[in-house]
Design a protein around this ligand. Sequence first.
Ligand SMILES: Nc1ncnc2c1ncn2[C@@H]1O[C@H](COP(=O)(O)OP(=O)(O)OP(=O)(O)O)[C@@H](O)[C@H]1O
Length: 299
Amino acid sequence: MQRRILYIVNPISGTKDKQPLVDLIQTKSATVGIPYSIYPSVEDGDYSYLDEIIPEQGFTDIVIAGGDGTVNGAIAGLKKHSLPFGIIPSGSGNGLAFGAGISKDPAKALGVIFKGKSAWTDAFLVNGQFACLLCGLGFDAQVAHNFALDKGRGLYTYIKKIFQGLFEAKSYPFVLKLKDGTIKIDAYFISVANSNQFGNHFTIAPKASLTDGMLDVVVMACQSRWNILLQTILQVSGYYQLQQVERLNDQTSVVYFQTSELAILNKGGAPMHLDGEPIESAGKVDIRILPKCFQLIYP
Ligand SMILES: Nc1ncnc2c1ncn2[C@@H]1O[C@H](COP(=O)(O)OP(=O)(O)OP(=O)(O)O)[C@@H](O)[C@H]1O
């Protein structure tokens, strides 16, 4: 069947001008002979304007050129068309693309799309809101909020916000409710990860997989700031093994386990983010995996 690709390009994500990318899409598409159209991303993430266009024009693939915010909005809105999604990483973090092994080099990312090997990929719901990468409460969410308020984008702005945030970091009281029990813990952050990528090739949940039907939960318990730095380095370098849910306890520095669903009571009002975008905090957060939710084109 002749493919026809719908490209969605975010004009402001990341730090680079998108005209060279549009030129590359045009040249490479002409070389491989795949017809296409390019549409802009939308600021409010509502892609319903494409719902009639997709079947009318017979698109077979949807390719997103943007960061994780754009990827989240486009997949959430357009997965009902049951078409494979490709990603050309063009954001600041690009967590989902890097988690899937897609190169930041646009020519290589396009090459992956033209080969078109897709696989069913998990997503998850956070209080009914769609997520594909990760959800955070506490420190990393505060960084996401501060990043959103800054005019700058890109890796440099992220690093600046992380260091500024370290001085303000505080712990919050959480209760984690699992099928097998309840954990009460004061923690600096909780990350619930579908992908092993936070973005920028940084991982907080090294064992997370986009296709295992599970979520990886990392809880950084309350401890001295120096110890947090040490424990974070150990966690991201893969030092900690996954813990058995039945044997979890609140006396460890880092709690790391897998589950398909959990509820988090967040009475301290810890800030929250979803796929790197700040969202309104909630007192109770219900999270569950959506196994094999959408098709993603992998290298
Ligand atoms: N057409 C548009 N015009 C203006 N802003 C837009 C448009 N489309 C999307 N946006 C905004 O672009 C912002 C950034 O998008 P995105 O999250 O994809 O990139 P990023 O933040 O640079 O990268 P990442 O999420 O990977 O860290 C979003 O907040 C979104 O509202």
